[in-house]
Design a protein around this ligand. Structure first.
Ligand SMILES: [Zn+2]
Length: 456
């Protein structure tokens, strides 16, 4: 039987058994696995382990420096190994009154399944398992071996991922390709993959100038004000031209390669859609077209993500605040190093006379890049074209961040996005939803990637 004949049987099996796979997904979505609130972590890890076993994996719940990891191995024919990275934790469901059905009770409406985590990322876990069931049914055994690593704190920064991979290098290495935790189609229903992510450094800055708040009439001219202190410190971090002013911040920035810029050129233009959606006339520094994308994806950023001090209620309160805080989200690019940047930030504040401002780090990851010419990426392009009937969009990198760097740098594995998402999945928001048709397509592409590992 030819590859295409067999794959047609696999796809038929997927269509015929879709209901059973969705039942497993509904059961997984019933766990309120909110990492930020430490909810249902152990229960979900154990249930996920059992689900892996049901689909033929040998699996374990393994300790990490944070929430436990679920790891599974399934040996197939041939010597190729596919690695899958997923997460069993979800974002908080709040605000609950904006949900049309209970967030932890997966509900079907109009060809869609609604639940917190139905796409991000429980839908992707079941997508991998469904593909395996279909391949085993048609091929008799899995055409490649599969290793799956499912973490429980992706939504709070994946802080344990790098140490876990470092500690289990032997267990996790040797894979020929990796399916990342998310994927799906863009606004034009084209399959899309990203060949990298930016890294991030997330910090909280705290100014404290007094033992407690003061009457501004008493203290205004003689007491130091925490809100002023913090805003003066913040103003030393970035200029109005968007350039980060911390000395040495750009030292390790690697310019995009000609190949990356080439890929960027091939991605759809998003200028007008973004401007319309956000009510903008222009972007920062007046960029547009490919220049806008280059600035959007390949430049480091310094974003004030939260700012608080003093009285913020209605009317007036003549208070002199003793405390002020800001949350700052720095996105970073290859080859910037979060530890080095943290040192530069601390040294800068000190040198500017702000040594009293407390710097608390909440996260840090390096940027990652996948080789666009890896055969595994080419395989994705060919198979995605078959499943979706459209030319895939290859983004040289995402503007977002995730734990991709230890997979690329420590495990040396090429990565693509195969998934069940679409632009209106509302991940992280109320009414997170998955189109059931997208689930079927995601499972089919996952199965094709596994089947091709055998012939690769
Ligand atoms: Zn998420």
């Amino acid at each position: 039987m030819s590859y295409e004949e067999r794959i047609a049987q696999v796809e038929q099996y997927i269509d015929d058994h879709l209901r059973e796979f969705l039942e497993d997904l509904k059961a997984l979505c019933a766990f309120p696995t909110v990492a930020a609130q430490g909810q249902a972590i152990d229960e979900t890890a154990e249930f996920t382990r059992q689900l892996l076993e049901k689909y033929g994996f040998q699996s374990d719940v393994m300790p990490s420096t944070g929430n436990p990891m679920v790891y599974g191995e399934l040996t197939g024919s041939g010597d190729k190994i596919l690695l899958c990275y997923n997460h069993y934790d979800v974002q908080p469901a709040e605000p609950l009154d904006l949900w049309d059905s209970p967030p932890f009770e997966a509900t079907e409406r109009d060809g869609k399944l609604y639940a917190r985590g139905v796409v991000d990322d429980k839908g992707h876990i079941v997508c991998r398992l469904a593909a395996i069931a279909a391949l085993k049914a048609v091929y008799g055994e899995l055409p490649c071996s599969v290793k799956i690593l499912i973490e429980g704190e992706e939504e709070i920064g994946s802080m344990s991922m790098e140490p876990f991979i470092e500690q289990h290098l032997e267990l996790l290495s040797g894979a020929d390709g990796c399916l990342w935790e998310f994927g799906g189609v863009d606004y034009e229903d084209r399959p899309e993959t990203v060949l990298g992510m930016r890294g991030d450094v997330y910090v909280e800055l705290r100014a404290r100038t007094l033992a407690h708040d003061a009457h501004s009439g008493i203290g205004g001219s003689i007491f130091p004000n925490a809100a002023w202190r913090l805003t003066w410190a913040l103003s030393t971090l970035k200029g109005p031209d968007e350039r980060i002013l911390i000395p040495g911040w750009y030292d390790d920035v690697r310019d995009p390669t000609a190949r990356e810029l080439d890929l960027l050129q091939g991605t759809p233009r998003t200028d007008e859609a973004l401007k319309e959606s956000f009510g903008l006339d222009s972007f920062l520094n007046g960029v547009d077209g490919v220049g806008m994308k280059r600035q959007q994806l390949f430049e480091p950023t310094c974003t004030i993500a939260g700012l608080g001090s003093g009285y913020q209620g209605p009317g007036s309160k003549t208070v002199l605040p003793a405390e002020a805080m800001a949350k700052i989200d720095f996105r970073i690019v290859p080859d910037q190093d979060p530890d080095d940047l943290m040192e530069k930030l601390r040294a800068h504040l000190k040198n500017q006379g702000f040594g009293d401002i407390e710097v608390i780090q909440h996260g840090g990851s390096r940027a990652a890049r996948v080789d666009p010419d890896a055969p595994f990426v080419q395989m994705y392009v060919e198979e995605a074209r078959e499943v979706y009937g459209k030319e895939p969009v290859i983004q040289p990198t995402s503007g977002g961040s995730g734990p991709m760097d230890p997979f690329v740098r420590l495990l040396g594995v090429p990565i693509v996005n195969v998934g069940v998402g679409y632009p209106h999945t509302l991940v992280h928001a109320p009414n997170e939803n998955m189109r059931i048709a997208d689930f079927a397509r995601g499972v089919k592409l996952t199965a094709r990637m596994m089947a091709r590992m055998r012939t690769a």
